[in-house]
Design a protein around this ligand. Sequence first.
Ligand code: ADP
Ligand code: MG
Length: 700
Amino acid sequence: MIDILNQPIENIKGIGPNRSKLIESDLGIKSLGDLLFIFPYRYVDKTLVTLIKDVQNKSHVQVVGTLIDKSKVKGGKTTRLKATIRDSSGLMELVWFKSPQWIEDKLVLGKKFLVYGKATRFKGILSISHPELEDYAESKLQARSYEPVYSATEKVNKLGFNNKKRSKIILETLSKINHDDIKENLPDYLRSKLDLIDRIQALRWIHFPPHAAALAQARKRIKFEEVFYFKIRMLYNKQQRKLKYKGEVFSKVGDYFNNYYAHHIPFELTNAQKRVIKEIRADLGSGSQMNRLLQGDVGSGKTMVALLSMLIALDNGYQSVLVAPTEILAQQHYLTISDALKGSSIRTAFLSGSVKGRTRTDILRFLQEGELNILIGTHAVLEDKVNFDNLGLAIVDEQHRFGVLQRSKLWQKGRTLPPHMLVMTATPIPRTLAMTVYGDLDVSVIDELPPGRKPVKTIHKMEKNRSQVIEFMHKQIQEGHQIYIVYPLIDESEKLDLANLQQGYENLLTYFPPPDYKISVVHGRMKPADKDLEMKRFSEGKTHIMVATTVIEVGVNVPNASVMVIENTERFGLSQLHQLRGRVGRGADQSFCILMSSSQLSVNAKSRIKIMVSTTDGFLIAEEDLKLRGPGDIEGTKQSGVQAFRLFDLIEDENMLDTTHDIATLIISRDPQLDQEPNLIIQHNINRLNRGYKDWGRIG
Ligand code: ADP
Ligand code: MG
């Protein structure tokens, strides 16, 4: 059997090696299979015939008319061919600036033609330049349909690989293939349940739909296939991973947990916190290694969840480690947690690059001997010299600053089995994205803030209102509060941004002069140690104002800071603004976020600001962000394959995502190995995909 789909297009008559090289580099098309699996980006509807009187200026139309006149018009060096057609409603001109003889020959007066092209109206005269022209026959019109339009480049078009040629090759290929070339990859029961057409039919109709309903069916089938394989492959792989990676079994919840839970938590846990802890407990006892992502908006109380999880590890005789991306965050965690455990026999320690000498050696020794129960620190805990007696749980805070490599270092620190992993993030990710991006992690969500929080009041101010803002800042400082002022920092114009921040700082000095006022400055060009020092001064209340770039975005907790002023708000993305705003509103007093911007704003910037002013709900903001930016730009999606979807659209097809999620989950739960007869086809395809085959196992 010849493998038609893997045939290089080079072999096609009229293409050859040179053309095919350009086609590959410009369009990514190398084989006939590539051609079939790149779909039209739009269709020309040739089922419709428009009356000439109804033709709109600058629209693509199809009209049927009788040729009533033709002439050659001389103008300068060139000769134009002009023809006029008439239907029951009016007249239209057809123009060719360069006309091959065969067109001229074809234009027989009195004959009826089907004309297609872009109509323009100039000085009241309707015309189409270089129209497509065909003899009109009623029967033929009935058979006409949608014509595919493929995206292409000018260069490729000029080579003769234009839309017409391409469609023709595709049509020919489609006529040659059968079910051996394009194997069905969905079980029959699924297809009949969801009313999906078969794969080869979908492929035929996606290129050449005979009518609108056929196109809709083809799209539905292909989209489903894309998202179904995406989803079920993740679930299946996750399942396989769980079978492969055993985890220590934390079978009990003991005194450490129960005692702390019953007597020492200074507040009632939110329902979301309780639910998440239950989920974690189930994982820890399951015998498989936990790989869980904990998503919770800023201030939702993830630290408490981390602490309680570590107590479960302790109850089962295991050590825990908590890693944070910056020294200051790690220190904050250390303070919170050692404070919470004061009076207990639990031993905690802090480790970072700045912990040196005797202290360090002691920590490392105690850790190895099992004298230390909980280690909290920065990336320093990942170093090879850091050895545990029996690490059972590793928690990573603010995961988006933490790479896969670093995570794998933690994996190796278990005694025999890798430790259970809990990764915490405050970056809310829309539900739809979480279902795809984090498909191979289990996800827990804290979707509820502790009661009694005062939502941050957000106000938009233009540059011209700056004096008001300064006055407001003075008032807040008089009341004993502290203030953040944040400047954007975008790589390409780093210098400019820095100058901007410097300028802002200097202006600020005139309004808040020393020695009465003290201002901290923190930006990305500073040494980490200097940065930490400045952050510390601010968090200890030694300075009034913190002027910073987005380096302060992650996790810092200064409850006394009640105002966040964001400069050049228009230059920030929504989720970044939300993270920044999360730095305030952590104390008992009302907090404010002031969004400064110029008065000339793009539509997009305006909507971002409007959303920020109207809600503090991180998930809602993430959803809006997704809508404004599209999934491609959202953090985490780059590696996820979400962009590899050809037809499926995360935003538009949310319903289908839901259904598919349910279906895939059901299939996996009933047949975890996918080795029951009708599901074998799925298993087979997943395995091929896992091996990275570029075959036509799936679309996308
Ligand atoms: P994040 O999820 O941003 O890490 P934290 O864990 O820092 O949030 O919690 C923010 C604040 O909320 C802390 O001061 C913490 O003690 C407090 N907190 C956490 N859970 C609750 C709760 N259930 N009720 C009241 N306060 C809580
Ligand atoms: Mg936190």
